[in-house]
Design a protein around this ligand. Structure first.
Ligand code: GUN
Length: 292
Protein backbone atom coordinates (compact mmCIF):
# COMPACT_ATOMS: atom_id res chain seq x y z
CA UNK A 1 0.00 0.00 0.00
CA UNK A 2 2.76 2.49 0.94
CA UNK A 3 4.24 1.77 -2.48
CA UNK A 4 1.08 3.04 -4.06
CA UNK A 5 0.79 6.12 -1.85
CA UNK A 6 4.43 7.16 -2.39
CA UNK A 7 4.37 6.50 -6.09
CA UNK A 8 5.82 9.47 -8.00
CA UNK A 9 3.09 9.08 -10.59
CA UNK A 10 0.57 10.70 -8.28
CA UNK A 11 0.13 14.44 -8.62
CA UNK A 12 -1.31 16.08 -5.55
CA UNK A 13 -3.07 19.33 -4.67
CA UNK A 14 -2.52 19.35 -0.91
CA UNK A 15 0.53 21.63 -0.80
CA UNK A 16 -1.12 24.24 -2.98
CA UNK A 17 -4.13 24.24 -0.66
CA UNK A 18 -1.91 24.56 2.42
CA UNK A 19 0.02 27.51 0.94
CA UNK A 20 -3.13 29.27 -0.24
CA UNK A 21 -4.85 28.72 3.11
CA UNK A 22 -1.96 30.21 5.04
CA UNK A 23 -1.84 33.30 2.85
CA UNK A 24 -5.60 33.86 3.15
CA UNK A 25 -5.55 33.22 6.90
CA UNK A 26 -3.08 36.10 7.26
CA UNK A 27 -5.29 38.36 5.11
CA UNK A 28 -8.34 37.58 7.25
CA UNK A 29 -6.37 38.26 10.45
CA UNK A 30 -5.47 41.65 9.00
CA UNK A 31 -9.08 42.36 8.11
CA UNK A 32 -10.08 41.51 11.69
CA UNK A 33 -7.31 43.68 13.12
CA UNK A 34 -8.60 46.63 11.11
CA UNK A 35 -12.16 46.00 12.33
CA UNK A 36 -13.42 45.57 8.79
CA UNK A 37 -16.34 43.34 7.79
CA UNK A 38 -15.18 39.72 7.35
CA UNK A 39 -16.11 37.86 4.13
CA UNK A 40 -19.28 35.81 4.52
CA UNK A 41 -20.32 33.02 2.16
CA UNK A 42 -23.75 31.42 2.19
CA UNK A 43 -24.16 27.87 0.91
CA UNK A 44 -27.56 26.66 -0.24
CA UNK A 45 -27.90 22.89 -0.15
CA UNK A 46 -31.08 21.19 -1.31
CA UNK A 47 -31.77 17.59 -0.25
CA UNK A 48 -29.12 15.22 1.05
CA UNK A 49 -26.94 14.11 -1.83
CA UNK A 50 -24.09 12.16 -0.19
CA UNK A 51 -21.30 13.63 -2.33
CA UNK A 52 -22.61 17.17 -1.78
CA UNK A 53 -22.50 16.67 1.97
CA UNK A 54 -18.83 15.65 1.71
CA UNK A 55 -18.01 18.65 -0.51
CA UNK A 56 -19.75 21.06 1.88
CA UNK A 57 -18.08 19.60 4.96
CA UNK A 58 -14.70 19.96 3.28
CA UNK A 59 -15.32 23.54 2.15
CA UNK A 60 -16.51 24.61 5.60
CA UNK A 61 -13.51 23.01 7.32
CA UNK A 62 -11.31 25.26 5.19
CA UNK A 63 -13.45 28.40 5.70
CA UNK A 64 -13.13 27.82 9.42
CA UNK A 65 -9.36 27.34 9.18
CA UNK A 66 -8.79 30.66 7.42
CA UNK A 67 -11.47 32.58 9.33
CA UNK A 68 -13.97 33.17 6.52
CA UNK A 69 -17.53 33.28 7.88
CA UNK A 70 -20.06 30.87 6.40
CA UNK A 71 -23.67 29.92 6.76
CA UNK A 72 -25.31 26.79 5.37
CA UNK A 73 -28.97 26.74 4.35
CA UNK A 74 -30.15 23.12 4.20
CA UNK A 75 -33.41 23.03 2.28
CA UNK A 76 -35.83 20.13 1.81
CA UNK A 77 -35.61 18.13 -1.41
CA UNK A 78 -39.19 19.00 -2.43
CA UNK A 79 -38.85 22.77 -1.89
CA UNK A 80 -40.50 25.05 -4.43
CA UNK A 81 -38.07 26.68 -6.90
CA UNK A 82 -39.50 30.15 -6.28
CA UNK A 83 -38.70 29.88 -2.59
CA UNK A 84 -35.03 29.27 -3.38
CA UNK A 85 -35.00 32.21 -5.81
CA UNK A 86 -36.62 34.44 -3.19
CA UNK A 87 -33.93 33.46 -0.71
CA UNK A 88 -31.17 34.15 -3.28
CA UNK A 89 -32.62 37.60 -4.01
CA UNK A 90 -32.61 38.36 -0.29
CA UNK A 91 -28.93 37.37 -0.14
CA UNK A 92 -28.16 39.46 -3.24
CA UNK A 93 -29.32 42.59 -1.42
CA UNK A 94 -27.71 41.75 1.93
CA UNK A 95 -24.51 43.83 2.09
CA UNK A 96 -22.96 41.53 4.72
CA UNK A 97 -23.10 38.55 2.37
CA UNK A 98 -20.05 38.47 0.10
CA UNK A 99 -20.68 35.26 -1.83
CA UNK A 100 -23.52 32.88 -2.66
CA UNK A 101 -22.94 29.22 -3.57
CA UNK A 102 -25.70 26.81 -4.59
CA UNK A 103 -24.37 23.30 -4.10
CA UNK A 104 -24.91 21.11 -7.16
CA UNK A 105 -26.44 18.87 -8.30
CA UNK A 106 -29.90 20.12 -7.38
CA UNK A 107 -32.81 17.65 -7.27
CA UNK A 108 -34.10 16.95 -10.81
CA UNK A 109 -37.43 18.76 -10.33
CA UNK A 110 -35.60 22.10 -9.98
CA UNK A 111 -34.42 24.31 -12.84
CA UNK A 112 -30.71 24.67 -12.02
CA UNK A 113 -29.98 27.35 -14.63
CA UNK A 114 -32.89 29.51 -13.52
CA UNK A 115 -31.76 29.29 -9.89
CA UNK A 116 -28.08 30.00 -10.61
CA UNK A 117 -28.94 32.87 -12.94
CA UNK A 118 -30.73 34.65 -10.10
CA UNK A 119 -27.49 35.02 -8.12
CA UNK A 120 -25.90 38.45 -8.41
CA UNK A 121 -22.98 37.60 -10.79
CA UNK A 122 -20.63 39.58 -8.58
CA UNK A 123 -21.50 37.29 -5.65
CA UNK A 124 -21.41 34.16 -7.85
CA UNK A 125 -18.35 32.54 -6.27
CA UNK A 126 -18.72 29.43 -8.47
CA UNK A 127 -18.63 31.47 -11.67
CA UNK A 128 -21.66 29.63 -13.04
CA UNK A 129 -24.01 32.55 -13.78
CA UNK A 130 -24.36 33.16 -17.53
CA UNK A 131 -22.50 36.47 -17.11
CA UNK A 132 -19.44 34.68 -15.70
CA UNK A 133 -19.69 31.70 -18.06
CA UNK A 134 -20.05 34.15 -20.95
CA UNK A 135 -16.95 36.06 -19.90
CA UNK A 136 -15.02 32.79 -19.55
CA UNK A 137 -16.10 31.75 -23.01
CA UNK A 138 -14.86 35.09 -24.40
CA UNK A 139 -11.47 34.38 -22.81
CA UNK A 140 -11.88 37.23 -20.35
CA UNK A 141 -13.09 35.60 -17.11
CA UNK A 142 -14.11 37.53 -13.98
CA UNK A 143 -14.88 34.64 -11.63
CA UNK A 144 -14.07 31.20 -13.11
CA UNK A 145 -15.64 27.92 -11.96
CA UNK A 146 -13.34 26.45 -9.31
CA UNK A 147 -12.77 23.05 -10.92
CA UNK A 148 -11.80 24.44 -14.31
CA UNK A 149 -9.33 26.84 -12.73
CA UNK A 150 -8.03 23.98 -10.56
CA UNK A 151 -7.23 21.84 -13.60
CA UNK A 152 -5.22 24.65 -15.19
CA UNK A 153 -3.46 25.30 -11.86
CA UNK A 154 -2.50 21.65 -11.38
CA UNK A 155 -1.06 21.41 -14.92
CA UNK A 156 0.84 24.57 -14.18
CA UNK A 157 2.21 23.41 -10.82
CA UNK A 158 3.54 20.22 -12.38
CA UNK A 159 4.85 22.10 -15.44
CA UNK A 160 2.86 19.92 -17.80
CA UNK A 161 2.96 21.21 -21.35
CA UNK A 162 -0.51 21.46 -22.83
CA UNK A 163 0.23 23.20 -26.10
CA UNK A 164 -0.49 21.06 -29.12
CA UNK A 165 -1.51 17.92 -27.30
CA UNK A 166 -4.83 16.08 -27.35
CA UNK A 167 -6.96 16.51 -24.26
CA UNK A 168 -10.11 14.47 -23.77
CA UNK A 169 -12.79 15.53 -21.29
CA UNK A 170 -15.31 12.81 -20.52
CA UNK A 171 -18.49 14.46 -19.22
CA UNK A 172 -19.95 17.72 -20.43
CA UNK A 173 -21.84 19.20 -17.45
CA UNK A 174 -22.31 22.96 -17.03
CA UNK A 175 -20.51 22.65 -13.68
CA UNK A 176 -17.39 20.72 -14.71
CA UNK A 177 -16.90 19.55 -18.31
CA UNK A 178 -17.97 22.66 -20.23
CA UNK A 179 -16.01 25.22 -18.12
CA UNK A 180 -12.88 23.03 -18.25
CA UNK A 181 -13.29 22.83 -22.01
CA UNK A 182 -13.44 26.63 -22.29
CA UNK A 183 -10.51 27.19 -19.93
CA UNK A 184 -8.32 24.76 -21.89
CA UNK A 185 -9.33 26.26 -25.23
CA UNK A 186 -8.39 29.68 -23.82
CA UNK A 187 -4.94 28.21 -23.09
CA UNK A 188 -4.54 27.06 -26.69
CA UNK A 189 -5.23 23.35 -26.21
CA UNK A 190 -6.89 20.95 -28.61
CA UNK A 191 -9.87 19.60 -26.71
CA UNK A 192 -12.39 16.84 -27.33
CA UNK A 193 -15.39 16.67 -25.02
CA UNK A 194 -17.65 13.62 -24.98
CA UNK A 195 -21.04 12.88 -23.47
CA UNK A 196 -23.11 9.79 -22.73
CA UNK A 197 -24.32 9.66 -26.35
CA UNK A 198 -20.86 9.81 -27.95
CA UNK A 199 -20.36 7.03 -30.48
CA UNK A 200 -17.11 5.06 -30.37
CA UNK A 201 -15.68 6.73 -27.26
CA UNK A 202 -12.81 4.20 -27.42
CA UNK A 203 -11.36 6.07 -30.40
CA UNK A 204 -11.03 9.25 -28.33
CA UNK A 205 -9.63 7.50 -25.26
CA UNK A 206 -6.89 5.83 -27.32
CA UNK A 207 -5.86 9.20 -28.72
CA UNK A 208 -5.82 11.25 -25.49
CA UNK A 209 -2.51 12.58 -24.11
CA UNK A 210 -4.43 13.94 -21.13
CA UNK A 211 -7.69 12.35 -20.07
CA UNK A 212 -9.94 14.32 -17.75
CA UNK A 213 -12.73 12.28 -16.23
CA UNK A 214 -15.77 14.14 -14.94
CA UNK A 215 -18.43 11.47 -15.04
CA UNK A 216 -19.25 10.85 -11.39
CA UNK A 217 -19.37 7.06 -11.80
CA UNK A 218 -16.67 4.72 -10.55
CA UNK A 219 -14.75 2.39 -12.83
CA UNK A 220 -16.85 2.61 -16.01
CA UNK A 221 -14.18 4.00 -18.37
CA UNK A 222 -12.51 1.20 -20.41
CA UNK A 223 -9.07 2.00 -19.01
CA UNK A 224 -7.30 -0.77 -20.92
CA UNK A 225 -7.46 1.64 -23.89
CA UNK A 226 -5.70 4.49 -22.12
CA UNK A 227 -2.59 5.62 -23.99
CA UNK A 228 0.80 4.70 -22.52
CA UNK A 229 2.44 7.63 -20.70
CA UNK A 230 -0.74 9.67 -20.72
CA UNK A 231 -1.86 11.89 -17.85
CA UNK A 232 -5.10 11.22 -16.00
CA UNK A 233 -6.98 13.93 -14.14
CA UNK A 234 -9.77 12.43 -12.10
CA UNK A 235 -12.50 14.83 -11.07
CA UNK A 236 -15.07 12.27 -9.97
CA UNK A 237 -16.17 11.88 -6.39
CA UNK A 238 -18.06 8.67 -5.75
CA UNK A 239 -18.96 6.87 -2.55
CA UNK A 240 -18.17 3.17 -2.80
CA UNK A 241 -18.54 0.96 0.29
CA UNK A 242 -18.37 4.12 2.44
CA UNK A 243 -15.05 5.12 0.86
CA UNK A 244 -14.38 8.12 -1.38
CA UNK A 245 -13.36 7.07 -4.88
CA UNK A 246 -12.76 8.95 -8.12
CA UNK A 247 -13.96 7.78 -11.53
CA UNK A 248 -10.80 5.77 -12.20
CA UNK A 249 -9.63 2.59 -10.51
CA UNK A 250 -6.06 3.91 -10.38
CA UNK A 251 -4.48 0.71 -9.12
CA UNK A 252 -5.20 -0.86 -12.50
CA UNK A 253 -3.38 1.73 -14.61
CA UNK A 254 -0.66 3.14 -12.41
CA UNK A 255 2.05 1.31 -14.31
CA UNK A 256 0.86 2.58 -17.64
CA UNK A 257 0.33 6.30 -17.06
CA UNK A 258 2.80 9.15 -16.61
CA UNK A 259 0.80 10.94 -13.92
CA UNK A 260 -2.55 10.52 -12.23
CA UNK A 261 -4.44 12.59 -9.66
CA UNK A 262 -5.52 10.54 -6.64
CA UNK A 263 -9.01 10.88 -5.16
CA UNK A 264 -9.03 12.20 -2.51
CA UNK A 265 -5.98 14.51 -2.51
CA UNK A 266 -5.62 15.46 -6.19
CA UNK A 267 -7.85 18.05 -7.85
CA UNK A 268 -10.15 18.39 -4.80
CA UNK A 269 -7.75 20.41 -2.57
CA UNK A 270 -6.85 22.75 -5.45
CA UNK A 271 -10.56 23.30 -6.14
CA UNK A 272 -11.03 24.38 -2.52
CA UNK A 273 -7.99 26.67 -2.72
CA UNK A 274 -9.50 28.32 -5.81
CA UNK A 275 -12.81 28.72 -3.99
CA UNK A 276 -11.00 30.54 -1.16
CA UNK A 277 -9.27 32.74 -3.74
CA UNK A 278 -12.56 33.47 -5.52
CA UNK A 279 -14.09 34.54 -2.19
CA UNK A 280 -11.20 36.93 -1.57
CA UNK A 281 -11.40 38.33 -5.08
CA UNK A 282 -15.11 39.04 -4.69
CA UNK A 283 -14.49 40.52 -1.23
CA UNK A 284 -11.81 42.83 -2.62
CA UNK A 285 -14.17 44.05 -5.37
CA UNK A 286 -17.24 44.18 -3.14
CA UNK A 287 -18.12 47.75 -4.02
CA UNK A 288 -19.05 46.65 -7.54
CA UNK A 289 -22.79 46.32 -8.06
CA UNK A 290 -24.51 44.71 -11.00
CA UNK A 291 -27.39 46.44 -12.73
CA UNK A 292 -29.37 43.76 -14.50
N1 GUN B 1 -20.72 20.06 -6.69
C1 GUN B 1 -19.52 19.50 -6.95
N2 GUN B 1 -18.57 20.44 -7.11
C2 GUN B 1 -19.18 21.63 -6.98
C3 GUN B 1 -18.73 22.98 -7.07
O1 GUN B 1 -17.55 23.28 -7.30
N3 GUN B 1 -19.67 23.92 -6.88
C4 GUN B 1 -20.98 23.63 -6.64
N4 GUN B 1 -21.84 24.63 -6.48
N5 GUN B 1 -21.44 22.39 -6.56
C5 GUN B 1 -20.55 21.39 -6.72
Amino acid sequence: MSNIINNKKFIYGINYLKNTRNKIKKKILNIKKNNKIIPLIVIINVGNNKSSLIYIKNKCKNFKYVGIKYKIYNLKKNINENKIIKLIKKFNYNKNITCILVQLPLPKNLNTNKIINNINPYKDVDGLHYYNIGKLSQGNPYISPCTSKAVIKLLNIYKINIIGINILIIGCSNLIGKPINMSLINKGCTVTITNSKTKNIKKYIKNADILISAIGKYDIIPINLIKKNSIIIDIGINIKNNKIKGDINYKLILQKVKYITPVPGGIGPITIAILLKNIMKIYKNKTITFNQ
